[in-house]
Design a protein around this ligand. Structure first.
Ligand code: NG1
Ligand code: MG
Length: 538
């Protein structure tokens, strides 16, 4: 299985470019980072780590409920060149980082992890137990993501007293920030990889012995690392950035454990990304949207389980996917259940969501249930509820839309399974590709409606842009990523791509007046690319 493979490390440029699997001119970009590194730091980098952004084709806001999703890595990526500092100066604290970014508005940053000493050991045997890096989650900066990636490497590999190397790094990237293409995950994956590589942890140990780090392990580290910047995300972005393969989407499921498999996309189908140019700043809005949704879906899961008389421990944060499993006495160790069973059960669950509706139809009821009502529905005491659902996350809300959120999650989970089935069936009998594309487009449109009306993660500009896309020839169009701004993804027939882009850019107001490169930045076709890798200079 893909997640068990080691992270690819290339030492030969032909192999590296071949693995990227697209027609772009990669050499230019990789050479320019290496040359720029040489200029700035006076020597070649030791490694360049690459991590791509991703587009989610379908399956929004269900990864943290542990339902399967269907993203693909894109060609746009983050490259991080890194090398140990050759002459360690007195001022170079262990593990200090001299970080530069090729983007000029991201200024040079120097930081070092502070060792935390374990209180319980005596003075003589003081050992460095833990490292601390200051990440201000209220004000995320470019280096916050570098630190987040570094953090996990420190925790996992330098907890026992050894010192990490001081390093120089140079970051460059083409994934637009805050646009739903997961620049954040790409930064965190890239940084985790770069620090693993430079500290000799990627290939077991320095002599190349020992177990190599697998793609699955990197995903787990990157997910934990990204939580350090304050977003309680699911694992979709990191998995897509690490495990993707060229020309396919990736079906990623999180239950009973992380697994991923390639899903071939029908020939003639092109996915076009268009940026609404509304920037969703997750650091600012997480309390009112992203993290709130995480809490709403978890609370919904507990209340559903209670209404279905399923067993849930008081302190357990049961997810909606686990509720589905327990309903049918699914044995978690047995792996994922057959698709037909899952689709059937999801339909039933959509009906069961009735118990989540507020019991007043008044205006207040429209807003969802209050905190007190939610706690009462959960069967927990206020204190128990707070400990399990609120103590670890900051949310800001007076009302909670449990019914709408759960309804979205179950229907979206079933659309992902249908999308995958259509793609797999089309591969074995490629009879009428147009019908296939139409069916996929339909599912994408239903997803957008559900995101907008039930999950309420769209915004007027995203609604407008998806409508325009459908009007000028897309078979389907939806927001991609967390929403509340950022990008849309539209399914367009291959021979219609140029005219589609032209028409959208003539219609969507914020695109008017954009030409050439400026336009290519905001609307572009994308081919599924390969996942993260490392180039090692010899
Ligand atoms: P974006 O918007 O790309 O950061 C976020 C989450 C995903 C997933 C989607 C919604 C992070 C790092 N990622 O993606 O895990 O939940 O929203 O489907 O927060
Ligand atoms: Mg992100």
């Amino acid at each position: 299985m893909a997640a068990e493979q080691p992270i690819p490390v290339y030492t030969n440029l032909t192999d590296l470019y071949g693995s990227l699997g697209t027609s772009l001119n990669h050499a230019e970009k990789w050479n320019s980072v290496a040359e720029e590194f040489q200029q700035r730091f006076g020597r070649k980098p030791a490694f360049i780590a690459r991590a791509p952004g991703r587009v989610n084709l379908i399956g929004e806001h269900i990864d943290y409920c542990l339902f399967g999703v269907l993203p693909a890595a894109i060609e746009r990526d983050i490259l991080i060149a890194i090398s140990r500092r050759p002459n360690i100066h007195a001022e170079d604290a262990p593990g200090s980082v001299f970080a530069e970014n090729m983007q000029t508005n991201y200024t040079r940053q120097v930081f070092a992890p502070a060792p935390r000493r374990r209180a319980s050991v005596s003075e003589e045997e003081v050992r460095l137990e833990e490292w601390h890096l200051d990440i201000n989650t209220k004000e995320l900066r470019w280096e916050s993501y570098v630190k987040a990636g570094y953090y996990g490497v420190l925790m996992n590999y330098f907890a026992g007293g050894s010192n990490p190397a001081p390093v120089d790094i140079l970051v460059t990237g083409t994934v637009p920030a805050g646009s739903g293409l997961s620049s954040s995950a790409a930064m965190v994956v890239g940084s985790t990889l770069a620090f693993l590589a430079v500290n000799g942890k990627l290939e077991g140990n320095f002599s190349g012995n020992g177990p190599k780090i697998t793609k699955g392990q990197l995903v787990e580290m990157a997910v934990a690392n990204e939580k350090r910047v304050g977003v309680n995300s699911g694992g979709m972005d990191q998995a897509a950035s690490v495990i993707s393969v060229p020309s396919s989407a990736l079906y990623i499921s999180f239950f009973p454990e992380l697994s991923a498999s390639a899903v071939p996309l029908p020939s003639g189908a092109v996915f076009i990304i268009a940026n609404s140019l509304v920037v969703s700043d997750k650091a600012v809005t997480a309390k009112r949207n992203y993290n709130l949704r995480v809490v709403e879906t978890l609370a919904a899961a507990r209340i559903l389980a209670r209404s279905l008389e399923l067993k849930v421990e008081k302190t357990e944060k049961v997810t909606l996917r686990e509720v589905v499993g327990r309903l049918a006495g699914e044995v978690e160790e047995a792996g994922e259940m057959p698709v037909e069973w899952l689709l059937e059960t999801l339909k039933r669950m959509e009906r069961e969501t009735e118990c989540l509706k507020p019991n007043k139809s008044s205006e207040e009821g429209q807003m969802g249930v209050t905190m007190d009502e939610m706690i009462e529905m959960s069967g927990l005491t206020a204190e128990e509820f707070h400990d399990v659902y609120l103590s670890w996350v900051e949310v800001e809300a007076t009302h909670f839309q449990l019914y709408k959120r759960a309804k979205h999650v179950f229907s979206e989970a079933s659309r992902v399974l249908q999308f995958r089935q259509i793609c797999l069936a089309a591969e074995s009998s490629p009879s009428s590709p147009m019908d296939v594309i139409k069916e996929l487009g339909q599912l994408m449109n239903e997803s957008q409606t559900s995101c907008n009306e039930l999950f309420q993660c769209s915004c007027p500009e995203l609604n407008e842009l998806t409508e325009i896309a459908k009007n000028v020839g897309a078979f389907g169009s939806r927001l991609t990523g967390a929403g509340w701004g950022g990008c849309t993804v539209s399914l367009v027939a291959e021979d219609n791509v140029d005219s589609f882009i032209k028409k959208v850019s003539a219609t969507y107001e914020p695109y008017k007046g954009l030409h050439g490169e400026a336009l290519d930045e905001v609307i572009f076709a994308t081919k599924p690319s390969s996942g993260a890798c490392v180039y090692k200079f010899e």
